[in-house]
Design a protein around this ligand. Structure first.
Ligand SMILES: NC(=O)c1ccc[n+]([C@@H]2O[C@H](COP(=O)([O-])OP(=O)(O)OC[C@H]3O[C@@H](n4cnc5c(N)ncnc54)[C@H](O)[C@@H]3O)[C@@H](O)[C@H]2O)c1
Length: 378
């Protein structure tokens, strides 16, 4: 088995989720590579050392440029806020490193194009962590659609609802609240939450042609953690958009951080000529399915417990009937990335695949400004 030396940049929420994936993957998946936790990088030496010791990294760096220069790093994992993805990825590609980058790929499609060109020119393996594709129920939905079971698709609707920014006293910016600072995040719920909905839905149903969007910033000014001053809020707090998919179906998407009572209600539903399916992150091990071919009086929605060995990824885990959770999606993504290295068929979404979501996010934000339908630029 070959070593795959990981250099992790950022050790927050995603730094932990990915590290767990690297640590678990060889226990459950038979692969030719073993991820080795070579180095963790963060600006605060004490904190990054604590993280490295706790999770088992061999060494630390406090400057990401040094980590990228290291000869003993094969693979750079970018788990920093969005405004740093571009610079780190360009440098990592130049240094010939494989790159696993968190979503959204970039702050804009323009940046995304530059990043795609850099990894393609360097010929390095690359992937973006749209991990919800690897929820077994979501992967199974993709299989059912690809098998043609739903027939012609008419509707796709998806939501991602949260409620954690309702208080006007919440500051913006800094280590804990960079998502509220447009300079660090690029956008609000569009790039943070809708990007997940978009990635999954275009994976399931193909590309989006044009969009009509409305965004709102409910709290217009917040104190900035870094400057201590009250500053304008530049992110979208909520976003709703309609769209046409290339295959003629209609899409309806909504995201907000102002839906009181919802922490991470990520859902989607697809309605086809012959069948419909729906999924809810709060019940992530279930796929709801309605088949019009079912016998008349027994026809109805069924809730399929995605836990059997013939469901995606499940044969690698426990006995049938036992649930997998959020963290398993990252183990699956690491396994798929490695299988891509082995087969030469890169695991999706590559940077190029994820650029599509970036383009749609750009069109959504543009449409909210112009109050017009906007084509997705390609
Ligand atoms: N796939 C998903 O479901 C998912 C979920 C959450 C976040 N994300 C994405 O992951 C990325 C990180 O989000 P998070 O929630 O882990 O954020 P976080 O705030 O928890 O962690 C960010 C990390 O980046 C580090 N960092 C910031 N500036 C740095 C620098 N100059 N050098 C080195 N390290 C630096 C911080 O110290 C921190 O450890 C974002 O792009 C976000 O959109 C994806």
């Amino acid at each position: 088995m070959k070593n795959l030396n990981i250099g992790m940049i950022g050790y927050g929420f995603m730094g932990r989720a990915h590290t767990n994936g690297y640590k678990r993957v060889n226990d459950f998946f038979k692969l030719d590579y073993r991820p080795v936790l070579k180095a963790a990088c963060g600006r605060d030496a004490v904190k990054v050392k604590e993280f490295a010791d706790n999770w088992g990294y061999e060494s630390i760096e406090t400057d990401w440029k040094k980590l990228i220069e290291r000869k003993d790093i094969d693979c750079v994992d970018v788990c920093t806020p969005n405004n740093m993805h571009r610079e780190i990825c360009l440098a990592a590609a130049k240094a010939g490193k494989m790159i696993l980058c968190e979503k959204p790929l970039a702050m804009s499609a323009e940046e995304g194009v530059e990043m795609c060109e850099a990894v393609e020119k360097a010929g390095v393996a690359n992937m973006v962590w749209y991990n919800y594709r690897r929820v077994p129920a979501v992967t199974f939905a993709k299989q059912l659609i690809d098998e043609g079971r739903l027939g012609k698709i008419f509707h796709v609707r998806s939501k991602f609802l949260q409620d954690w920014t309702i208080s006007a006293d919440l500051p913006q910016g800094g280590a804990a609240l960079w998502r509220l600072d447009v300079a660090a995040a690029g956008s609000g719920v569009t790039g943070d939450l809708l990007a997940h909905c978009i990635d999954t839905c275009i994976w399931l149903n193909g590309l989006i042609k044009d969009v009509s969007a409305v965004t709102e910033t409910f709290v217009k000014e917040r104190k900035h953690t870094l400057t201590g001053k009250i500053e304008k809020v530049g992110i979208d707090d909520a976003c709703i958009f309609n769209c046409h998919f290339d295959n003629g179906s209609l899409g309806n998407f909504e995201s907000t951080r102002y839906a009181r009572g919802h922490k991470a209600q990520y859902t989607f539903e697809v309605n086809g000529e012959n069948a419909s399916l729906s999924w809810d992150l709060h019940d992530l091990h279930r796929l709801n399915y309605f088949d019009y071919k079912d016998e008349g009086p027994l026809r109805g929605w069924k809730s399929i417990h995605i836990s059997d060995s013939d469901h995606p990824y499940l044969k690698h885990w426990w006995v049938p009937g036992l649930n997998l959770g959020y963290e398993h999606t990252f183990v699956h993504q690491v396994a798929d990335f490695i299988e891509g290295l082995q087969s030469g068929k890169p695991a999706s979404p590559t940077f190029r695949d994820a650029l599509e979501t970036q383009r749609i996010c750009d069109a959504v934000l543009k449409s909210a400004k112009t109050k017009q339908w906007e084509n997705v630029g390609r």
